[in-house]
Design a protein around this ligand. Sequence first.
Ligand SMILES: [Zn+2]
Length: 430
Amino acid sequence: MPTFIKSAIPGLSTRTAVVLQFVLVAGLATLAFLPRANEEPQIASSSVPEAPESQPTAPPQEASLGFSTIDVVVMRNDTMDRLFRRLELNLADLAMLRNLPDLRSQVDKLKPGELLRFKYRDGELMGLERKLSDSETLQVIRDENGFSTNVLENPLEVHTRTASATINSSLFQASAEAGLSDRVAFDLAEIFQYDIDFVLDIQAGDRFTVVYEEVFQDGEPLRIGNILAAKFVNAGREYRAVRYVDSQGRGQYYSPDGKSLRKAFMRSPVQFSRVSSRFNLSRKHPVLNRIRAHKGVDYAAPTGTPVRAAGEGRVRFVGRQGGYGNVIELEHGSGVVTVYGHLSRFAPKLRRGQRVELAQVVGYVGSTGLATGPHLHYEYRVRGVHKNPQTVPLPDAEPIPSAERERFLTATADLVNTLDLPLGPILVAR
Ligand SMILES: [Zn+2]
């Protein structure tokens, strides 16, 4: 049973949490939630003789004292008040908790999906535990003066692991065979997404090496941390990435020589859409019914689908313009301008001159202007010349700034070397 509870806790992140409304462990003297067995006797100290200090391993059996322990997953709209009523706990105890210094905000700000552990007896709250982070738990304990609080620390250990694999059928199959979780495979695909299309480009014989963090607690794996470095060989071409946390604390992936692995632009400003009309300089216009160049790409998507800024930039125009209908023009530097037409509406308060971030929502798909149905008309112009948005080479994101270059090279040298170790089944770095 303790192992069941322990495994239930990391899994409670967000997905399964809502389904699992109550994990009832009433009457169990389990310490799985808080692995520090020696904290436990405090709860029982008022009613049983104190366990000798020299015996930290055997806490008194709560069950025999009539304690119940219940783990509650906080649902949307849950308040502590509601939880107390649901568990039929004494509301006077809640009032007492609220009066504890620093606890009021803890009591009143519950997050859906989080786990609380209540200990009670005959409707009286005996203890309450709340995880503050992976390594910290707030513990409230009933004592002779009412309640007292403390924060238990349970430090994390981070191990670095290196693994290599060759792909026979898919990235996920190869990852699984190398003992890697799907999480690592997803992260790997995300790091190289600007260079490799993991749906279309992967072929048998592709291979990769990945250096990543595994986070442990109490000697047990807790979760996967960051990928620190990776190498991917696709169709004989090698791509390498190292993670670097810059002086502002931002972690990003770069090639070993300091180029960003991201692009400064997204290829398509609407997600989950399909191209309904390509860039074509001799197209017959569907509304005007005569030859008129189509100097952009149309993405068919339902009215209201968010349209994102293809790159960081500044609003050059926002308003109505003939056949374009509601249109936005963004200026990105180096003479690049992107245009978003037929919008149903603009992002609230979007105005000329405003700065926008890469992928910021600027408007919504519509069919204003000369449009047969809801779609985004998207143009990419370089110094006034229309380019095909589907094929135009996209500029890279900013490389490592020269002021940080030395620091970057020093910080990543060992990781880059690890990538060049000979490929084997699994290598444990340390
Ligand atoms: Zn169009």
